[in-house]
Unconditional design. Structure first.
Length: 320
């Protein structure tokens, strides 16, 4: 249903995340020391240094990278952009963002919608195959598959968004049937969440958003200039939407199906809070499941499609 690529593409940006790293530079290399380990990279390979969290940077890092024509971007620990340093006369980011602004939005939005719908259908089919009793009500899978087929013939953005929203709503309602009813999850809700599953989903989506936002800025894309999604972070939501079922939903639903003790979270009439042990277990599982290499590969594919005016292919991470 969706074309798949399996080649891991090297990216021209380098990410330092977390806390406590020490960065310095020689005339030819970037040196990163963290947790007792030292990594040395040729400066020519680091076209964009991404610094996320709290670290120590020697001024040599800034001067050497800027002198070599590279950029340096800074982020909060959750991936929220803070700012960027560029060499004088640097214009490549303007070229990329101009291509992004001039792109035929419908074709990119269609690719995102198809990738998102496909990934949700495949996730539900996988759950059905691993469930003893039927997951779908009569006709539901046919509706989902017809919705996917319909996307190709929709010419208005509003229609693409309508079908995408319909499938997303159905997806969460069907997913809820696999989760113990006492957890209170019936469908995807807006913040503030009143059940533990929606709270865990939002936490996972936040991590995924941060990873994708860092990569998008590493490629000099405008994170707010989306195609299917509009508004702040629109492009990042475009990037992560097809990956939500495999990178986040699979983790959250597995934890929920395994059982969550009442003392692991606290839900009040106004919001739900995750306990420390549940949060730690969820974070560890998400860190193993969220594939930065696939996100980077998707961003490279998007940048290339924009610059070269080519078809945009949404990657599949099934079986990867």
């Amino acid at each position: 249903m969706v074309k798949e690529q399996c080649i891991i593409v090297p990216v021209p940006w380098y990410l330092v995340s977390g806390f406590g790293a020490h960065l310095k530079a020689t005339p030819r290399a970037l040196i990163v020391q963290k947790n007792g380990n030292t990594e040395e990279l040729p400066l020519s390979r680091v076209r964009h240094l991404l610094v996320m969290g709290g670290h120590s940077l020697h001024t040599s890092v800034i001067s050497r990278l800027l002198a070599s024509g590279s950029c340096i971007s800074f982020f909060e620990a959750d991936g929220e952009p803070l700012g960027v340093l560029r060499p004088f006369g640097f214009r490549y980011d303007e070229v990329v963002k101009e291509a992004q602004a001039k792109a035929f939005s419908h074709s990119f939005a269609l690719a995102v919608a198809k990738g998102s719908v496909h990934s949700r259908i495949q996730a539900l089919i996988w759950l059905q195959d691993h469930k003893d009793e039927p997951l779908f009500y009569e006709g539901e899978l046919e509706i989902l598959e017809k919705s996917y087929a319909e996307l190709e013939f929709l010419v208005r953005m509003e229609e693409l968004r309508r079908v995408h929203r319909l499938v997303s709503d159905m997806y969460y309602e069907i997913l809820a049937r696999t989760i113990p009813p006492e957890l209170g999850f019936r469908r995807r809700t807006a913040r503030p969440h009143l059940d533990v599953v929606n709270t865990m989903l939002s936490f996972g989506y936040g991590l995924l958003f941060g990873n994708a936002c860092v990569a998008a800025i590493g490629a000099h894309l405008d994170p707010d200039m989306g195609f299917l999604h509009k508004g702040k972070g629109g492009l990042v939501y475009d990037l992560i939407d097809p990956f939500k079922p495999t990178m986040v939903d699979s983790v959250v639903s597995a934890i929920a199906r395994g059982g969550i003790a009442e003392e692991d979270y606290e839900c009040s009439p106004s919001r739900c809070i995750l306990g420390d042990e549940l949060l730690q277990a969820l974070t560890k599982a998400l860190q193993q499941r969220i594939r930065q290499d696939i996100i980077d590969e998707q961003v490279v594919a998007l940048q290339g499609a924009l610059i070269r005016n080519e078809d945009y292919l949404v990657l599949s991470c099934e079986g990867r």
